[in-house]
Design a binder for this molecule. Structure first.
Ligand code: KIV
Ligand code: ZN
Length: 388
C-alpha cells in the first residue's frame, strides 16, 4: 500500500480564532482549550500573539509551560522587539516555535507598510535570522500571500529559508482565492523556490467567500504539508479553515487524498462543544460534522434507508467524530460512575477533584430536570472546571 503523506495540523483557535468578534478568552479558558487540543492530537498550537497585550503574553506563557507533546507557537511581527517578546513567552515550552510575519502584496506594501519590496525582503530575512538565533523552529508567513506577485513570493521564501525558516506559510489573508488558482500558486511556489525542500510549505486560508476548506484541500493536493485551521472555523471576519472539515475530508476520502493527519477524530465533537461554550460562538445546526443536524435524518425515505443500511445516507459514522447517538440518558438516579463514564466517553479528561465538583453540580441539576442531555453535561463540565 502506498505510504500516506502526513499533513501537519497547526491550530490557531487561540490566536486567529480569538480574533473573532466577541471571542476573547481568559488564561484559564485558553489553558482548558489548549489541553483539549493536545488530546485531540494537533501538531502545533498557536497560543497567541504575545506583543498584543499583557494578557496574551501571560496566556501564551502558561500554555507553553503546561503542554508536553504539542509544539507551541507565538505569533510576532517581523521586528526584533516583537520576536524577543514572543520568545520570552514560549521559551519554556517542550517544543517552542516562533511564527513571524510580514505582508508581501503590493497593496499592503503601498498602503499599510509604506515599504518597497526590497525593504520587505530585508526585513523578513533579518527577522527570521534573529528568530533562528533563538530557536531552530521558525515559521515565516507572507501575509496576503495569495494576492502577492508569485515571483516575489518565491524570492522571499527562498531568502527566509536561507536565513533559517523551517516552515513557510502562504496565507489567503482576505479569503480571495479560489481552489484551482490557489493550487496553481502552491505548485508555482514548489517549483520556483529552489530550496523549498528544506522547509514545510504551509497554507492559511480565510473564509470570506466560503472557500477556506476547499482552498486548503486544493493546496494539500498540490503539495502543501501544513494546514492552519481553527476549531469550528472561528476567526477574523468570516473565519478560518475549519479543523474538522479538513481532517474529516482527508479521513473520509482516503482513495482521493493521499494525505493523513495525527488527529484523534473521536475527540472532534467534544472539542467543538468546548470551544463553542467558552467563546460563546454558537454552532449553526447545519454546520458540517459538528452541527446538531449533521447526523440527523428527517425525511421518511432517508430514515427508512438508514434503518436498512446507514451507508445509504451516512458518509461517516457519528461515533468517528465523537458523537455518541446511543449514549445513555442520565437522570437523578444516575450514580457517580455513570456520570464519570459518560464524561470520559465524551472525550473529557478531568481530574478526580474536577469530577467531584461536576458530580455535585449534576445532582443539583438532576433534582430540577427530568433528563440530562448531552449539552447539559458539556455545560456542567465547563462550569465546574472553569468557574469552580
Ligand atoms: O491571515 C493571515 O495572514 C494571518 C497571518 C498572521 C498568518 O493570520
Ligand atoms: Zn489569518
Amino acid at each position: 500500500m502506498e505510504q500516506k503523506n502526513k499533513v501537519v495540523i497547526f491550530d490557531t483557535t487561540l490566536r486567529d480564532g480569538e480574533q473573532s468578534p466577541g471571542a476573547s478568552m481568559n488564561t484559564a479558558e485558553k489553558l482548558r482549550i489548549a489541553t483539549q487540543l493536545e488530546l485531540l492530537g494537533v501538531d502545533v498550537i498557536e497560543a497567541g500573539f504575545p506583543a498584543a497585550s499583557k494578557g496574551d503574553f501571560v496566556a501564551v506563557e502558561a500554555i507553553a509551560r503546561k503542554l508536553k507533546k504539542c509544539q507551541v507557537a507565538g505569533l510576532c511581527r517581523a521586528s526584533e522587539d516583537d520576536i524577543t517578546l514572543a520568545w520570552d513567552a514560549i521559551k519554556d515550552a517542550a517544543f517552542p516555535r516562533i511564527h513571524t510575519f510580514i505582508a508581501t502584496s503590493d497593496i499592503h506594501l503601498k498602503y499599510k507598510l509604506k515599504m518597497t519590496r526590497e525593504e520587505v525582503l530585508e526585513n523578513a530575512v533579518n527577522a527570521v535570522r534573529y528568530a533562528a538565533s533563538l530557536t531552530p523552529n521558525v515559521e515565516f508567513s507572507a501575509e496576503d500571500g495569495s494576492r502577492s506577485d508569485p515571483d516575489f513570493l518565491c524570492k522571499v521564501f527562498e531568502a527566509v529559508i536561507d536565513a533559517g525558516a523551517t516552515t513557510v506559510n502562504l496565507p489567503d489573508t482576505v479569503g480571495y482565492a479560489v481552489p484551482e488558482e490557489f493550487a496553481a500558486l502552491v505548485t508555482h511556489v514548489l517549483k520556483n523556490t529552489p530550496n523549498i525542500d528544506r522547509a514545510v510549505l504551509s497554507v492559511h486560508c480565510h473564509n470570506d467567500l466560503g472557500l477556506a476548506t476547499a482552498n486548503t484541500l486544493a493546496a494539500i493536493r498540490a503539495g502543501a504539508r501544513q494546514a492552519e485551521v481553527t476549531v469550528n472555523g472561528i476567526g477574523e471576519r468570516a473565519g478560518n479553515t475549519s479543523l474538522e472539515e479538513v481532517v474529516m475530508s482527508l479521513g473520509t476520502r482516503p482513495n482521493f487524498f493521499n494525505e493523513m493527519t495525527s488527529i484523534d477524530t473521536t475527540r472532534i465533537y467534544p472539542t467543538s462543544r468546548l470551544v463553542s461554550m467558552i467563546t460563546g460562538i454558537m454552532i449553526q445546526p447545519n454546520r458540517a460534522i459538528v452541527g446538531a443536524n449533521a447526523f440527523a435524518h428527517e425525511a421518511g425515505i432517508h430514515q427508512d434507508g438508514m434503518l436498512k443500511n446507514p451507508m445509504t445516507y451516512e458518509i461517516m459514522k457519528p461515533e468517528t467524530v465523537g458523537v455518541n447517538k446511543n449514549s445513555l440518558v442520565l437522570g437523578k438516579h444516575s450514580g457517580r460512575h455513570a456520570l464519570y463514564a459518560h464524561i470520559s466517553e465524551k472525550g473529557y479528561n478531568l481530574s478526580e477533584e474536577e469530577l467531584n465538583i461536576v458530580f455535585e453540580k449534576f445532582k443539583h441539576l438532576a433534582d430540577r430536570k427530568k433528563s440530562i442531555l448531552d449539552e447539559d453535561i458539556d455545560a456542567l463540565v465547563n462550569e465546574g472546571v472553569l468557574r469552580g
